[in-house]
Design a binder for this molecule. Sequence first.
Ligand SMILES: O=C(CO)[C@@H](O)[C@H](O)COP(=O)(O)O
Length: 241
Amino acid sequence: MFTSPKIAPSILSADFMNMERDVAEIEAGGASFVHVDVMDGHFVPNLTLGVPFVKQLEKVTNLPLDVHLMISNPIQQLPWFLECGPDMVSVHAEALDEPTGEFDRAIDMIHEAGAKACLALKPDMRASVVEPYIAKLDMVLVMSVYPGFSGQKFIEGTEKKVARVVEIARAAGVAPLIEVDGGLGVNDPTRAVAAAGCDVFVAGSACFGQADRAAAIAGIARTAAEAQASGFVAPWEGREA
Ligand SMILES: O=C(CO)[C@@H](O)[C@H](O)COP(=O)(O)O
């Protein structure tokens, strides 16, 4: 039922002056993806990196790039990011205009470029928004903090949204990866989302903020696997999905 936990360290917490070294460490340390936080200072209140950086990053690692576009107007910018050769691209539901077909358009553009397509949801977005698209999606990214910064506290109850997305996927007879991003580490939030069906655990400060990145990755993966096996139940109430 559960897949083995995959860890995607978020480079937002890495040393931008030593990115090649930091990414080499997580590659050697057992990461499954590099989570690349693209923020435009408009869709989220922080500005990080753009196309030239992603292009360079792709050259210095064999890890799959998991590019998380926290940007306004992704339809316009997608072609530039897709030229960088990412493995997986997440676009936010909140940044797309559903009535004009932008959800389908973004997913199709990503697939046509040979990458895997993911729909990302901010904490206030309902899980059911993925329902019409679930069969086309390779992954759903459930944000467990308001996007913009590393080191924030996990929003309790996000595990309910994870469980709801799993339910929607099952009902459609598909099994996209479920990724959760924000506040994860060797902690109860990781246990809660693991037990709810999360496959990919994004970790910024809990990975790059640690001196031993390999030990950090192993610790989070072990925490998640144990929670999957034991059926961890969160000690909080939290919000609805
Ligand atoms: O996209 C984001 C924040 O917007 C994340 O990827 C963070 O970078 C995760 O950091 P931690 O919460 O794990 O420290």
